[in-house]
Design a protein around this ligand. Structure first.
Ligand code: 0RQ
Length: 493
C-alpha cells in the first residue's frame, strides 16, 4: 500500500489545536479508537507544556469512551455536535466547558456541506478496507463518513482488521445533491440501494493509515425488568389492535426504534407477537434485538446507519455472514434518517422520552429543562414524519421521586402535533384526533403512575380555560418540588 503507515501517536500529531475534526461512527460502532486516544494524550502533553489544544468534534451520533470520553477527560474538546451519551463529556457540556450544538441527525451532513459550521480540517475514520485507488469500506457504521472525507483537507484512516473483507456490500454509500439541484431519493423499500458498496475518496488526502484490531466499545443492554417488559407488551398490544382494525396495513409497515434499554426491550417484545407478521426495519441504530429476531425469521430486513450491537453479536454476524448478508444494509445518516423517506415508507416510529406532559409534548433531552442528557438524536427525524409516532417511557424515574408525566415539560423536543401515542408500563394513551383537554385526561388516567394521578388531576382542575388548559402558576410545580425536596410527590397543588 502506498499510504503513509503510522502509529496512532504519529497520526495524532497531524491534528492541530483549533482544528475541526470529523470522526466516523454512530454510537460506539464504527468509531476510530486508537487515534482519538492518542490525540487525548497529545493534548495532555500540550497542556502540561502550557500550550492550548482543543478541537471541534463532529461525529454521526454518540461515540465510544475512547473517543468522547478520552478527549473530554483530556479537556481537548471545545465544540461538539450532534449527539453524545458519555458521562465525562456530558459533565463538561453542562458546566459550559464544551459548547454543544444539538441538532437532528439527518441534517448534519447537509449543514456541513453548506458551511454552517465552518470548515472540516481533518477526517478520522475507521475502515475495514482501503484500496490504493481510494475505495474505502466502512466498518459497523456509516454516519457522516462520506461527507467528512470529501470536505476534509486531511484524512486519517484507522484500518481495522477485526472486520473481514467479506463485509464489502454491507454499505450503501451516497451523498445527495444539495438544493436547488436535489432530486428525490429513490428508496421505495428498506432494501433499496442508491449508492456504492464503498466510499470513493481522494487517495492524495490520506495523510496516515493506522492499523488496529480494536473492537467497538461495548455498552451492552440491561436485561428486561418488569417495567420494560410491561412497556414492550403495551406497545405490542397497541400495534396488534392497529393491525386488527386495519389502521395499519395487514402486511405491516417498517419499524424504527430508538436507542437504549427501553427501545431494545420494546422491539424484542413486538417481535414475539404472533399477531404481527414478519416485518422490516428502517431505522438508525440496529440493536441486538433486531439481530435476534432476524435469526428467528421475525425481522426480514434491516436498513440502518449503525450496527450498534454487543461484541459477541457482531462476531455471530460475521461467522454467519451467508445468512445475514442479504438482510442488513448500512447507509449514511442523511439517508437512514431522511424525513422524506420516513414519510414515504410509512415508518412506525418508537422513541423514548425523559418526560412527557399531559398535552403530549415530549422532552427527550434536558433534565429539569437545563442539564443535557444525550441529545435529540434521530428521534425528531422519525417522529415528525412517522406513520404513527409512539413515545415510550417508564412512568417514574429515580425510585418514584420523578414522574415522567408532568403538567408541562421543562424542555420541548417533540411537540404535541408530532406525538401520536404515549405508552408507559401502566398503559396506552392514543392521542390521535384528541383535543389538548382530552389528551390531558387520557394521559393522566392511562399512563401516569397511580401515585401521581391525584396531583395531576389537581393540576388540571386548576388549569384555566381555553384550548389548552394551562395553569401558569403551577405548570412547573413538579419540577420545583424536585429541585427543592428531591421528590416530585412533594409538589404543592
Ligand atoms: O438514569 O441510569 O442514572 O438511573 O435517565 O433512562 O430509563 O434507562 O432509558 O436508556 O432508554 O434512555 C430518553 C435518555 C432514555 C434516551 C433516553 C434517567 C433514568 C436513567 C436513562 P440512571 P432509562 P434509556 C435514536 C433516537 C433521545 C434521543 C433518541 C435518549 C437515565 O432514549 O437519549 O431517542 N433519547 N434518539 O433514571 C431525570 C427524568 C428522567 C430521568 C429518566 N424525567 N428526569 N432523569 N431519567 N427519566 C438514538 C440516536 O439518535 C443515536
Amino acid at each position: 500500500m502506498s499510504y503513509p503507515i503510522m502509529t496512532a501517536e504519529e497520526a495524532a500529531r497531524l491534528v492541530h489545536d483549533g482544528d475541526q475534526v470529523g470522526f466516523s461512527g454512530f454510537t460506539p460502532a464504527g468509531c476510530p479508537k486508537v487515534v482519538p486516544q492518542a490525540i487525548a494524550h497529545y493534548a495532555e502533553e500540550e497542556h502540561a507544556a502550557g500550550r492550548p489544544f482543543r478541537i471541534g468534534v463532529f461525529t454521526g451520533a454518540s461515540t465510544g469512551d475512547r473517543l468522547d470520553g478520552a478527549l473530554a477527560r483530556a479537556h481537548a474538546i471545545k465544540f461538539r455536535t450532534p449527539y453524545q451519551s458519555n458521562k465525562d463529556l456530558r459533565a463538561e457540556i453542562n458546566s459550559g466547558e464544551v459548547a454543544y450544538c444539538d441538532l437532528h441527525l439527518s441534517q448534519l451532513a447537509q449543514e456541513l456541506r453548506a458551511g454552517f459550521f465552518g470548515k472540516i480540517d481533518v477526517a478520522i475514520v475507521e475502515a475495514a478496507e482501503l484500496t490504493d485507488d481510494g475505495q474505502l469500506v466502512p466498518t459497523t457504521a456509516v454516519g457522516i463518513l462520506p461527507t467528512i472525507c470529501r470536505l476534509a483537507d486531511r484524512i486519517i484512516v484507522e484500518l481495522n482488521d477485526r472486520h473481514p473483507a467479506k463485509i464489502r456490500g454491507l454499505h450503501d454509500i451516497a451523498e445527495p445533491l444539495d438544493p436547488p439541484a436535489r432530486r428525490e431519493i429513490p428508496i421505495y423499500k428498506p432494501s433499496d440501494r442508491v449508492g456504492k458498496p464503498y466510499l470513493q475518496l481522494d487517495p492524495k488526502k490520506v495523510v496516515a493509515v493506522v492499523k488496529t484490531s480494536e473492537p467497538n466499545d461495548d455498552g451492552g443492554f440491561a436485561p428486561l425488568d418488569e417495567v420494560t417488559q410491561a412497556i414492550g407488551d403495551n406497545v405490542t398490544k397497541f400495534l396488534e389492535e392497529e393491525i386488527r382494525t386495519g389502521r395499519i396495513p395487514r402486511e405491516f409497515l417498517p419499524l424504527q426504534s430508538g436507542v437504549g434499554n427501553i427501545a431494545n426491550a420494546v422491539l424484542a417484545s413486538v417481535g414475539k407477537s404472533p399477531k404481527i407478521p414478519p416485518f422490516e426495519v428502517y431505522t438508525e441504530v440496529i440493536q441486538d434485538a433486531v439481530i435476534e429476531l432476524m435469526k428467528e425469521g421475525r425481522v426480514k430486513f434491516a436498513s440502518g446507519c449503525s450496527l450498534s450491537i454487543s461484541r459477541d453479536v457482531i462476531l455471530d454476524i460475521y461467522q454467519n455472514w451467508d445468512f445475514f448478508q442479504d438482510k442488513l444494509l448500512l447507509r449514511p445518516q442523511e439517508y437512514s434518517n431522511n424525513p422524506g423517506i420516513v414519510r414515504r415508507l410509512g415508518v412506525i416510529t418508537m422513541n423514548t422520552a425523559l418526560e412527557a406532559d399531559i398535552y403530549g409534548n415530549i422532552n427527550s433531552t434536558h433534565v429539569l429543562g437545563t442539564k443535557m442528557m444525550n441529545g435529540i438524536g434521530g428521534s425528531g427525524d422519525f417522529t415528525r414524519n412517522g406513520y404513527i409516532s409512539i413515545f415510550t417511557t417508564p412512568s417514574t424515574a429515580k425510585g418514584g421521586a420523578i414522574s415522567a408525566i408532568v403538567p408541562m415539560v421543562s424542555h420541548v423536543d417533540h411537540t404535541e402535533h408530532s406525538v401520536k401515542v404515549l405508552i408507559t408500563e401502566y398503559g396506552i394513551a392514543d392521542l390521535r384526533g384528541l383535543s389538548p383537554r382530552q389528551r390531558a385526561e387520557r394521559i393522566i388516567e392511562n399512563c401516569a403512575h397511580p401515585d401521581y394521578r391525584p396531583l395531576l388531576r389537581a393540576y388540571l382542575a386548576q388549569a384555566s380555560e381555553g384550548q389548552t388548559p394551562v395553569c401558569l402558576e403551577k405548570a412547573f410545580a413538579f419540577h420545583k418540588a424536585l429541585a427543592e425536596s428531591k421528590d416530585m410527590r412533594q409538589a404543592k397543588l
